[in-house]
Design a protein around this ligand. Structure first.
Ligand code: NDP
Length: 245
């Protein structure tokens, strides 16, 4: 089976590194023109140039609704429309409940959830008009099962799942599909800070006995963005080596 995205354009938030970068590479590898997004214009341009000659870098802080709306408009202008939106940018600000500050709550919810809402609202109009669209939101298994010290993060990822299902129902009649990919523990900067003992303990909870790679997530996202996934919407796909069953 060949995943062909020739002629499609995609915007991937948080794609200067990590999972988002692998997703941008996979979509570009399947023939899509890709918008690479990070907070810094230089880093975004550098990543875009490394990914594909047809990729374009955009600077945007997804926690800022106005910037997100402007980002979608810029991508639509650059590509002549937007077919695929991947909300991947995300942050953590972990602490146990009683030490979580309002700021920690707001920063995580603004970046992880409100940013996705704003980009979907902005991109959906064009997708509906063209009767084709793919929205893929990167949540986390933590949004399904919770995690000590991550009440804000878990709430943002659970919120993303509710947002996706609602959007899937609202937009289905226009052939705009929305799905969630929920990774387990993936080797990126986000997890690099873990102590070796913690990583070892974690791996023992994973039936496949290893942390995932960004590529483990990217292949599924490319499939969901393609015509092979034309009858799939409102679903949550867990990619975690079997950790949560
Ligand atoms: P990284 O921290 O490795 O990379 C985060 C990316 O998001 C970078 O490209 C960064 O770009 C960008 N970014 C961060 N904040 C913002 C912002 N406010 N506006 C725009 N871009 C932003 O993260 P991962 O690759 O590990 O995670 C990607 C997604 O996958 C996140 O949503 C995360 O919650 C989720 N996830 C990750 C897991 C893991 O184990 N790694 C597990 C489950 C889910 P720059 O610094 O250039 O701005």
């Amino acid at each position: 089976m060949n995943v062909d995205l020739t002629g499609k354009s995609a915007l991937v938030t948080g794609s200067t590194r990590g999972i988002g970068r692998a997703i941008a590479e996979a979509l570009a590898g399947c023939g899509a023109r890709v918008g690479v997004v990070g907070r810094d214009a230089g880093r975004a341009a550098e990543a875009a140039a490394a990914i594909s000659p047809h990729a374009v870098g955009f600077a945007c802080d997804v926690a800022d609704t106005g910037s997100v709306t402007a980002l979608v408009e810029s991508a639509e202008r650059a590509f002549g429309g937007l077919d695929i939106l991947v909300n991947n940018a995300g942050i953590t600000r972990d602490n146990v409940l009683f030490r979580l500050k309002d700021d920690d709550w707001d920063a995580v919810l603004d970046a992880n959830l409100r940013g996705a809402f704003a980009s979907i609202r902005a991109a959906a109009r064009g997708m509906m008009k063209r009767r084709w669209g793919r929205i893929i939101n990167i949540a986390s298994v933590v949004g399904l099962v919770g995690n000590k010290g991550q009440a804000n993060y878990a709430a943002s990822k659970a919120g993303l799942i509710g947002l996706t299902k609602s959007v899937a129902k609202e937009l289905a009649s226009r052939n705009v599909l929305a799905n969630v990919v929920a990774p387990g523990f993936i080797e990126t900067d986000m997890t690099a800070a873990m102590a070796p003992e913690a990583r070892a303990a974690l791996s023992q909870q994973i039936p496949l006995e290893r942390l995932g790679t960004p590529g483990d997530i990217a292949g599924l996202v490319a499939f969901l963005a393609s015509d092979h996934a034309a009858y799939i919407t409102g679903q949550v796909f867990v990619v975690d080596g079997g950790m949560v069953m």
